[in-house]
Ligand binder design. Structure first.
Ligand SMILES: Cc1cc2nc3c(=O)[nH]c(=O)nc-3n(C[C@H](O)[C@H](O)[C@H](O)COP(=O)(O)O)c2cc1C
Length: 471
């Protein structure tokens, strides 16, 4: 009986794909490295991010050196059956433009799925408007456990294989996959091989375990990414994901993993110019992002825009707390824009006051080795390790920080913006003049090129602490 059902599904898939191909013209489908070269051999890649890697953000990131962008993850079944979800998820699709038309390429559309038929239906809908379709095999959220997708498929290799191979056989563009790693490197390699043998034409490896999320995020394992890269890159390109804080970390990641590209999520959100060497004022990028939103019209959800502003202005929100509160309750586009304008004025004043006071941040690092940057410049966010009393609750699954992070990306409130415990706490109290100078006298100076390495070392230490706690 199951075989008959499977055969029936395969026939339906083949018929659907044949009908689609008769209505659309596609160039020959490329595989692996040919596909990678055909999209310009991307090195710097914007990660799929629910509610955050939306069209205006992708346009902004591309202006600052992103070579390839992923859409946020969409739910394949909802996308296939619910026109409203489809149009809301991917503004522009209803106009037949896909994401952003030719200016939004190369683009990979990501789905979560656990049913190959729905996945194919959804993938065919986006195929004319993107370069590949990605399957999310890494989502660790509580919601993914309930819906049985993302990293919760890691134990169900036959289903994963069936999802990938269905697209490989029937979709006119390549299928790709984004995976997390297992605790054992050998199992991770076997897993990656299975994904590639099933038909994935490009592999993103996020070097964290499924359990590493929220306050337990810790450090991604570049050695495991390297092992996967060595095992499968003769067949398909491998992209590394995890541990990027500063621009300098990008080159280190490529060197240590041997990967051809590096993907960034959080660092890109807090600094969309992460792929350049520029260190820019947050208000400039906020201005540019809002101008892009203006040009695109009213399709962009206010929650996404607000989420981006909270992140761009994160260190300044800890100082200008009234504006943080204001942004938390805005209801309209005009109100959001007004908060951004006020923040811009204050940041220009703050920078001017700092200049007049003779402050110089160049080469300054805090006691943990992180660069001290004035709050008006774009800078990374460090997660706060979880206080002991909250940890057991989270481990029970009573709460899920990734869910929280996703929700927070839309409706961020103060708690995401409490500065981290790795030294940025100082930024909260940092203002200008004497207090600043006193602090600086106690600060160590390290060469700028050491910054990425220092950051990683500190993260590694933090991870050891987290591991010790949880073991
Ligand atoms: C706000 C947010 C939303 C995310 N949404 C997705 C998603 O839709 N699909 C996915 O595969 N990963 C998602 N992720 C995970 C990232 O793509 C990435 O794998 C992870 O954050 C590690 O990269 P990073 O260290 O550069 O942040 C999300 C991460 C963040 C911070």
């Amino acid at each position: 009986m199951p075989n008959i059902t499977k055969q029936g599904a395969e026939e339906r898939n083949a018929a659907l794909a044949a009908k689609f191909k008769s209505e659309h013209a596609f160039p020959p489908k490329l595989s692996g490295w040919d596909f990678y070269r055909s999209i310009g051999s991307p090195k710097y890649i914007v990660a799929p991010m629910v509610d955050q890697s939306e069209l205006p953000w992708r346009i902004l990131s591309r202006r600052y050196n992103a070579d390839l962008c992923y859409t946020p993850m969409f739910n394949a079944k909802l996308f296939a059956v619910d026109a409203r979800y489809r149009n809301e998820s991917w503004a522009g699709l209803k106009d037949g433009l896909g994401g952003g038309g030719p200016n939004d390429r190369p683009l990979i559309v990501q789905f979560c799925a656990n049913d190959p038929e729905y996945l194919l239906q959804a993938a065919l809908m986006v195929a004319p408007y993107c370069d590949a379709v990605d399957i999310n095999l890494g989502c660790p959220q509580h919601i993914a456990r309930r819906g049985h997708y993302g990293s919760y498929l890691m134990e169900d290799w036959p289903l994963i294989s069936s999802l990938i191979s269905t697209l490989h056989r029937h979709l006119p563009i390549p299928v790709t996959a984004k995976i997390r790693v297992f605790p054992e490197v050998e199992k991770t390699i076997e897993y990656a091989k299975m994904v590639v043998e099933s038909g994935a034409q490009l592999l993103v490896v996020h070097g964290r375990l499924r359990e590493m999320k929220g306050h337990m995020t810790g450090v991604a394992d570049w050695e495991k990414i390297r092992a996967v890269q060595e095992a499968v890159s003769h067949l398909v390109p491998v992209i590394a994901n995890g541990n990027i804080l500063y621009h300098e970390d990008l080159a280190k990641c490529l060197e240590r993993t041997g990967c051809v590209g590096v993907m960034s999520a959080e660092a890109n959100l807090y600094n969309p110019a992460i792929f350049t060497t520029q260190i820019l004022e947050s208000w400039k990028l906020a201005d540019e992002y809002l101008a892009i939103c203006d040009e695109l019209g009213d399709d962009i959800k206010l929650a996404y825009i607000r989420g981006h502003l909270f992140k761009l202005f994160r260190p300044s929100m800890a100082i200008h707390t009234d504006l943080r509160a204001e942004l938390g309750v805005v209801q309209s586009k005009e109100e959001i824009w007004a908060v951004a304008r006020k923040m811009k004025e204050r940041l220009i004043q703050d920078a001017e006051a700092s200049r007049r006071a003779g402050e110089n941040f160049e080469g300054c690092v805090d006691e943990k080795g992180f660069p001290i940057m004035p709050h008006w410049l774009l800078q990374p966010y460090f997660r706060k390790p979880m206080p002991d009393q909250q940890q057991s609750k989270k481990e029970d699954g009573a709460d899920d920080d990734e869910d929280e992070a996703i929700a927070a990306s839309a409706t961020e409130t103060g708690h995401m913006h409490d500065l981290n415990s790795f030294g940025c706490e100082q930024h909260k109290i940092k203002t200008f003049g004497v207090q600043q100078q006193e602090q600086q006298q106690n600060q160590t100076i390290v060469p700028q090129e050491a910054v990425g390495a220092v950051a990683l070392e500190i993260m590694a230490n933090a991870q050891v602490a987290v591991e010790t706690k949880s073991s």
